[in-house]
Design a protein around this ligand. Structure first.
Ligand code: C2E
Ligand code: MG
Ligand code: MG
Ligand code: MG
Length: 284
């Protein structure tokens, strides 16, 4: 459609065209409505545990199906929402949806861990831990069923209050994951201080590892180092069986990517988990 191609041009231009400066402003006022009417919704992408061959988790990824602009990717509205200080509202919307869905999966006999992306800019906010714990209690989901993915590059300034917030969340039993690992300015001392249980290797390294031996070395040594530090490793952006095999040979714990499943509506994830469960029972 005309609207969709306009949206695509806007996305391709990185959101800087004159005609769309208005939209950058109006987008923020449209956010409440979009959350209320369901045009802002949550997709889930499965995480496959390589040791068991089972889907043990899923990442919640926000989607915006705009009434006139078509699909707007999160990279084209999350930064604006962060800059305007409205990211808490969006995060809590996604978190509550994800926790309700996690409770639904547990009730259906297919429990998994759900991962929600947490903007590092929220980590300094007073009361964040209490708000998240309240959301868990409201949904009757155990804290260890939730992972919070924090992007490394944004959190790289590990000030005392940010570490305190992460430690509070971890001590409450929530899993903390370092997202997009390798793209930021991370140092070893940074990783040592980051109170995480999981490290996600950025897809840029994963997607280069078959063609480039240096990328393969980086991936393998990152996995070894993470294991030495007691972290589980997830590789994101796995698009084919050959990459899965290479990661498995490097000792990677879990993988996520189009090869396993694209981000999908909740009903599709629930069906996938039911099918997996039935298939296993038939084998047993
Ligand atoms: P991310 O957390 O690193 O999520 C992974 C991104 O890689 C997702 O893009 C996902 O759709 C994409 N991806 C997954 N598998 C593959 C693959 O095999 N190949 C390729 N080429 N891509 C793959 P998406 O959904 O566009 O999200 C982009 C980013 O937006 C996310 O990166 C995350 O940082 C942010 N984001 C998404 N939802 C939320 C949210 O609810 N809150 C916050 N704060 N950020 C969010
Ligand atoms: Mg993520
Ligand atoms: Mg990532
Ligand atoms: Mg990312």
């Amino acid at each position: 459609s005309e609207a969709a191609s306009r949206g695509a041009r806007w996305a391709a231009a990185g959101g800087v065209t004159d005609a769309d400066k208005d939209w950058q402003l109006s987008m923020l006022s449209e956010l409440d409505q979009a959350m209320a009417d369901g045009s802002l919704w949550v997709a889930y992408q499965p995480k496959l545990d390589l040791a068991s061959g089972r889907i043990t988790g899923a990442e919640a990824l926000v989607r915006w199906r705009h009434p006139t602009r078509g699909f707007v990717p999160p990279d084209n509205f999350i930064p604006q929402i962060e800059a305007r200080g409205q990211i808490l509202e969006l995060t809590l919307h996604v978190l509550r949806r994800a926790l309700d869905d996690a409770a639904g999966l547990a009730a259906a006999g297919t429990p998994i861990n759900v991962a929600v992306n947490l903007s590092a800019t929220l980590l300094g906010r007073a009361g964040l831990t209490d708000t998240i714990l309240q959301a868990l209690a409201d949904a009757r989901v155990a804290p260890d069923r939730l992972t919070l993915e924090v992007t490394e590059s944004a959190a790289v300034e590990l000030k005392g209050d940010i570490i305190d917030a992460l430690e509070q969340l971890r001590d409450a039993g929530i899993r903390i994951s370092v997202d997009d690992y390798g793209t930021g300015q991370s140092t070893m001392s940074y990783l040592k201080r980051f109170p995480a249980q999981e490290l996600k290797i950025d897809k840029s390294f994963v997607q280069a590892m078959l063609a480039s031996s240096s990328d393969q070395i980086l991936v393998r040594s990152t996995i070894d180092m993470a294991h030495e530090l007691g972290l589980k490793v997830v590789a994101e952006g796995v698009e084919d069986a050959a990459t899965l095999a290479a990661l498995s040979a490097c000792g990677c714990d879990s993988i996520q990517g189009y090869h396993i499943g694209r981000p999908m509506p909740f009903d599709d994830l629930a069906a996938l988990l039911r099918t997996e469960d039935t298939a296993e029972r038939q084998v047993a």
